[in-house]
Design a protein around this ligand. Structure first.
Ligand SMILES: [Fe+2]
Length: 183
């Protein structure tokens, strides 16, 4: 599926603006990771963009989150590797992350919220001036952006990336679309 079609599908199904921004952030991070890992940039981007597409329906029901999405995406003809990555990004199902795509999506999901939080505590609330030094420091403060699982982000090691480089890729990727993210 092309990006434009994926975007329209997302807008049809997901109506929470914060989650739309989260989806855009994970999309850009996935593209950045794919570039670094010499993977399929467009495929990784679409997986990131669509991973939470069922959230309007499953926000209150984590047991169904990502399963409903996988069904919908299969129905819409998305490639099976994208469908599987979306399905396993919710670890509640206990499904194995097999591919680089699966692993990238799993690690990219929490880092989006983590970096957004790092921008929002700044006086200007902008991504542009967020520094790696502060990201590294905040990473160790468990009370900061508590919802962003450090363990999940540290799964970047499964991609052969050190935490620092992973954070750097995510930050640079989000900075590229800062305007769109309103940050
Ligand atoms: Fe997500």
């Amino acid at each position: 599926m092309q990006r434009e079609e994926a975007w329209l599908l997302l807008r049809e199904n997901l109506h929470n603006e914060n989650l739309i921004n989260h989806s855009l952030a994970v999309e850009t991070i996935m593209r950045g990771l794919a570039e670094r890992l010499q993977e399929d940039v467009d495929k990784f981007g679409v997986a990131g963009l669509l991973h939470d597409i069922d959230y309007d329906q499953t926000g209150d029901d984590p047991q169904r989150h990502s399963l409903v999405a996988a069904e919908l995406l299969t129905e819409k003809g998305l490639e099976s590797d994208i469908v599987y990555a979306v399905k396993v990004h919710n670890e509640i199902h206990g499904l194995e992350r097999k591919s680089i795509l699966d692993r990238a999506l799993y690690a990219a999901d929490p880092v989006s919220g983590f970096i957004t939080a790092a921008a929002l505590i700044r006086p200007d609330k902008k991504l542009a001036e967020v520094q790696m030094k502060s990201l590294k420091k905040r990473f160790k403060e468990t009370a900061f952006a508590r919802g962003a699982s450090r363990e999940q982000m540290d799964n970047c090691s499964e991609l052969g990336l050190e935490r620092e480089e992973f954070l750097q890729i995510a930050l640079a990727s989000m900075q590229k679309i800062a305007d769109q993210l309103g940050l």
